[in-house]
Design a protein around this ligand. Structure first.
Ligand SMILES: [Zn+2]
Length: 287
């Protein structure tokens, strides 16, 4: 009996891992932030869902193999296909569902650079590409809200947008804000920079009230105080990097000096301290 039980446990674990390959098991969580705005936590970038009289629209859509689960989560708020999907930037954990949602009838909106980067990745004919693109900003007048989508140049990438919901007093930051207790991922090859990110965060902070709810790209919903701490953390890391770069004249020597040691931060396995140090070095040494 014991042996049979062990075997069935093993086979359950095996079938769970096979299942996980194409249709991952996600512990979905939904948090309501205002009458119309919800945030959906799954795997990948946090999704904002705007629900109202005109219909539904999303900010970001995680990975392709989660689209059916995302649709089911949205259906529990309001039935129907999202009219729009706004991408905060090109990374696959924020745009992976574009093709599925486009095929279902959603119109994908993103900055011009997001279109260019997704075209490089998927080809010119792909349904993963946004149908509507913008330069500095655009406004979506839908569901009795006027969502202001604003580009911030060379921050986390070269195509970041923050989405302001003035009536709801909510802002989606995309990955310009990682609320995970560590330093940001600055995608230098994707056009991101430390100084651009700091400029973006300071501009955003000037528009954030004490009452504003901040949706970060990753991590829980945040407050103005969390954002202020995040800016101070990046400023502190930048100062340490600049001091080390003044002392050592190569990337290798700066890496060896390990300037970010002693900040007491934890690092994700995909973004260890060495990689953050390298990206900060590459960004801060750009002319
Ligand atoms: Zn990202």
């Amino acid at each position: 009996m014991k042996k049979w039980f062990m075997l069935s446990l093993i086979s359950a674990a095996l079938s769970a891992s096979v299942f996980a390959d194409d249709e991952p098991k996600i512990d979905w969580k939904t948090q309501q932030l205002s009458e119309n705005v919800y945030v959906l936590f799954g795997r990948g970038g946090n999704i904002a869902v705007h629900v109202g009289d005109d219909g539904i629209y999303l900010v970001d859509d995680q990975f392709a193999n989660l689209s059916e689960q995302i649709k089911a989560q949205i259906a529990s708020l309001k039935p129907g296909v999202p009219e729009f999907v706004i991408n905060t930037h090109y990374h696959g954990d924020h745009t992976g569902g574009n093709e599925n949602f486009a095929k279902a009838g959603s119109h994908v909106i993103a900055h011009h650079h997001v279109h260019a980067r997704l075209e490089d990745k998927h080809g010119a004919d792909s349904d993963a590409l946004p149908r509507l693109t913008f330069g500095n900003d655009m406004t979506l007048h839908f569901n009795n809200e006027h969502a202001h989508i604003r580009h911030y140049p060379n921050a986390h990438t070269d195509g970041d947008a923050a989405v302001f919901f003035p009536k709801a007093d909510v802002i989606h930051f995309g990955d310009m804000f990682f609320n995970t207790g560590g330093l940001p991922y600055v995608d230098v090859e994707g056009g991101g920079s430390v100084n651009g990110l700091l400029a973006a965060l300071k501009d955003l902070n000037s528009q954030v009230k004490e009452s504003t709810k901040l949706i970060p790209g990753h991590g829980p919903v945040a407050s103005k105080a969390d954002l202020v701490r995040y800016i101070e953390l990046i400023e502190g890391a930048k100062a340490k990097m600049l001091a080390a770069m003044a002392k050592h004249d190569s990337e290798e020597a700066v890496l060896k000096a390990d300037p970010l040691e002693g900040m007491g931060l934890s690092y994700a396995s995909w973004l260890p301290k060495e990689r953050v140090t390298k990206l900060f070095y590459q960004s801060l040494s750009q002319k």
